[in-house]
Design a binder for this molecule. Structure first.
Ligand code: UT7
Length: 337
């Protein structure tokens, strides 16, 4: 027997410390790198982001994940013991081993669950939700906890004004549960793709097993983000549009049937360009990049949580999630709330 998977609870969490564009401008000025609040707002739509306090255990990746997970469980009316599976998307884990999923499991007390980390960069929540859906569909898992959590402040390249202005820290979580196969409230379809040939557009050269982060390497910031923003921008607009259409076509739906579109929040101009391509009014597009910057795999679940909690997303609404990220990775999910 096959089942459907449905999201029954969402949660999100951000560090307390707000970092404005003026703060970034001052920080870069100390290294003689020029930027401005006006440039950042105009070219990215970002006004501020949150950074966790280095060394503060309450703002470790798994701690933000814990806060988001607890809120999601509360909304779903579930306890940690109800969770069978934790899929934890992050490219900034607490530690390489154990996985951040295991840290979270321990902190949460989800003693019945198995968990693992997943790195698909900014597409990670879409990949994670897809994995959870597959386990639930086959009946192997009843209740899954899917997270996207990042401490991108730990990998920002402060020598590169084109990328350091974009990123922030945060977490989003979703409780995903088994539903009857024909339930109207379910994940309708998901669509994933990776293109590793484009690795050079967004990567961290050192700190993995291929290249150690020696003092010399760190002095060159090669253990931090290297990004070709202009090229990614073009690819992002194209692939977000394509993956949105693929999901709609798979379900015999058209753009006007969408209630809400939640694209990955990397740059307001990317979001606007995709909406224009899809001929989707911006009123149907959910945006938090202005307040939180690009939090990678946390952007979509945190945006989803905000819109569920403030009542914009209502039971029966059709919602399209759509992402791209380092890898490069792409993915979309169409769901009925
Ligand atoms: O999760 C996925 C992660 N990444 C992305 O999605 C990145 C996508 N790309 C972008 O968001 C944009 O390409 C950026 C925000 C990174 C850059 O914006 P842009 O409008 O594409 O600028 P650009 O790279 O074409 O650069 C235009 C100018 C350059 O100066 P010149 O060569 O024209 O004199 C840059 O040096 O803007 C300059 N510039 C800046 N100026 C002030 C680049 N960064 C800054 C800055 N402040 N922070």
């Amino acid at each position: 027997m096959e089942y459907a998977a449905t999201i029954t609870g969402t949660g999100s969490a951000f560090p307390e410390h707000r970092v404005t564009n003026h703060d970034i401008t001052s920080k870069l000025a100390a290294s003689d790198i020029e930027t401005s609040d006006a440039w950042i707002r105009e070219r990215t739509g970002i006004s501020e982001r949150r950074f966790s306090k280095p060394g503060n255990p309450d703002e470790h990746n798994s701690s933000l994940g814990l806060a988001a997970a607890q809120k999601a469980l509360e909304m779903a009316g579930k306890t940690p013991e109800d969770i069978d599976q934790i899929i934890y998307s992050t490219c900034t884990p607490d530690t390489i081993i154990p996985s951040t999923a295991c840290w979270l499991q321990h902190k949460l007390g989800a003693t019945r669950a198995w968990g693992m980390d997943l790195n698909a960069a900014c597409s990670g929540f879409i990949y994670g939700l897809t994995i959870a859906e597959q386990f639930i569909r086959t009946g192997q898992v009843k209740t899954s906890l899917v997270l996207g959590t990042e401490i991108l402040s730990s990998i920002i390249n402060w020598k590169d004004r084109g990328s350091c202005i974009l990123f922030g820290d945060g977490s989003g979580a979703a409780v995903v549960e088994r539903a009857p196969e024909e339930s109207p409230h379910r994940i309708l379809s998901s669509h994933l793709l990776s293109d590793g040939s484009l690795w050079e557009l967004l990567y961290i050269p050192a700190g993995g097993s291929a290249q150690a982060a020696t003092p010399d390497i760190m002095a060159q910031n090669l253990n931090k983000i290297q990004m070709n923003g202009r090229e990614i921008f073009k690819i992002a607009v194209r692939t977000l549009s394509t993956f949105a259409m693929t999901a709609l076509e798979k379900n015999d739906m058209t753009v006007d049937m969408l209630d809400w579109f939640i694209p990955h929040q990397a740059n307001y101009r990317i979001i606007e360009a995709v909406a224009k391509r899809l001929q989707l009014p911006m009123e149907k597009v959910l945006v938090n990049v202005d307040r939180f910057g690009n939090t990678s795999s946390a952007t979509i679940p945190s945006m989803l949580d905000e819109a569920v909690r403030d009542g914009r997303i209502q039971k029966g609404h059709t919602v399209l999630l759509d992402a791209f990220g380092a890898g490069l990775t792409y993915g979309s999910i169409l769901l009925r709330w």
